[in-house]
Ligand binder design. Structure first.
Ligand code: PLP
Length: 379
């Protein structure tokens, strides 16, 4: 089956008892048994719930994987992957990682004896130079946030294979419609479902997908043992969201391209970060592993003045000033004072998060209105 058909049909079946075409919200914690151990596949909703089960099968299908698991947030999904490791194990990850992932690795898991290396993954050699006998996981995020760097997933897969380590890719920014890491050699794909998969800024959720049965056993064992599962109502909302994922992402890509081209020609803009430009430093890798370039764009302003950037994010009327991304509505953010405020200025500036950097999550409104809004905000 092709993507659009899977997005709508995978994992879901009309309800046998009523014929309801939509998966019911099974708002139940437990399930009656005919005799001890004689049940219909569901015993207790932390372990498995029918609404969540349908969603897990659906997300696995759109990522071309065999096994899916949903969690109470993206970070809870990442937490599950790190719990597959043991004290003494080492992880190699990117130096411009999502801030919440960085905080989880550094402030929670380091004290349990897991060591993390943060390197510039745009250069596979710098990843290879950190591999040793303790390397058990390579953690990739691509495109990265907010600089839109692209990391070569196939190159990371070959390093991981040689090292005997797992490769996990945070595919939140790209979405399964544009990029399928399992097909490129990754062992596990992770999503903050909160973003594009949910797509309507009304749910916080995470997911993991894998193909290997042994990894899946560990994933489900940890999911059930630690209990960071997602609720039936939220599972229903995301099943509904995914039915339009392909249509939404197509429009995110179209609008993203229009806005990137508008910004690059604007006299007040210094630099635009968007992987669709042939001048983007990793455009060739993006073209190889992605089917489109998405609606996430960052840009800096001429003069690099903090006041100018704060003025723009204040003056926009359609764009909403908010954290998060991936919803149908357009959002604008100022990384230096919002998502990256806790990082010292010298450190954040090294990765490109300067005072005038602005990040857009381009929604699926009419592109002309979005361009008009940015035009008036840029003055
Ligand atoms: C938001 C986000 C996360 C964390 O997901 P939550 O659902 O907020 O816990 C992880 N990675 C990336 C790239 C994200 O954008």
């Amino acid at each position: 089956m092709k993507f659009a058909t899977k997005a709508i049909h995978a994992g879901v079946h009309p309800d046998e008892s009523t014929g309801a075409i939509m998966t019911p919200i099974y708002q139940t914690s437990t399930y009656v048994q005919d005799g001890v151990g004689n049940h219909k596949g569901y015993e207790y909703s932390r372990t498995l719930n029918p609404t969540r089960h349908a969603l897990e099968k659906n997300i696995a299908a759109i990522e071309n994987g065999n096994f899916g698991a949903c969690f109470g947030s993206g970070l809870a999904a990442i937490d599950c992957v790190i719990k597959m490791l043991n004290p003494g194990d080492e992880v190699i990850s990117t130096n411009d990682l999502y801030g919440g992932s960085y905080r989880l690795f550094k402030t929670i898991f380091e004290k349990y004896g897991i060591k993390f290396h943060f390197v510039d993954m745009q250069h596979p050699a710098s990843v290879e130079s950190h591999v040793n006998a303790h390397t058990k996981l390579i953690w990739v995020e691509t495109p990265t946030n907010p600089m839109m760097n692209i990391i070569d997933i196939e190159a990371m897969a070959s390093i991981a294979k040689k090292a005997g380590a797992l490769l996990c890719v945070d595919n939140t920014f790209a979405t399964p419609y544009l990029q399928n890491p399992l097909d490129l050699g990754a062992d596990i794909v992770m999503h903050s479902v909160t973003k594009y998969l949910g797509g309507h800024s009304d749910v916080v959720m995470g997911a993991l997908v894998c193909n290997d049965e042994e990894i899946a056993k560990e994933m489900y064992r940890i999911q059930n043992s630690t209990g960071a599962v997602t609720a039936p109502m939220d599972s229903f909302l995301v099943l509904r969201g995914i039915k339009t994922l392909h249509l939404r992402v197509q429009r995110h890509c179209e609008n993203g391209e229009k806005l990137a081209n508008f910004l690059v020609n604007h006299p007040k803009i210094e630099k635009v970060y968007w992987p669709g430009f042939t001048t983007h430093p990793n455009h060739d890798v993006a073209r190889k592993q992605m089917r489109g370039y998405g609606g996430m764009i960052s840009f800096t302003m001429k003069g690099n003045r903090l006041e100018d950037a704060l003025e723009v994010v204040k003056k926009v009327e359609i764009f909403a000033l908010a954290e998060s991304l991936g919803g149908v509505e357009s959002l604008i953010g100022h990384p230096a004072t919002m998502t990256h405020a806790s990082i010292p200025k010298e450190v954040r500036e090294k990765t490109g998060v300067v005072d005038s950097l602005i990040r857009l999550s381009v929604g699926i409104e009419d592109a002309d209105d979005l361009i008009a809004d940015l035009t008036q905000a840029l003055g």
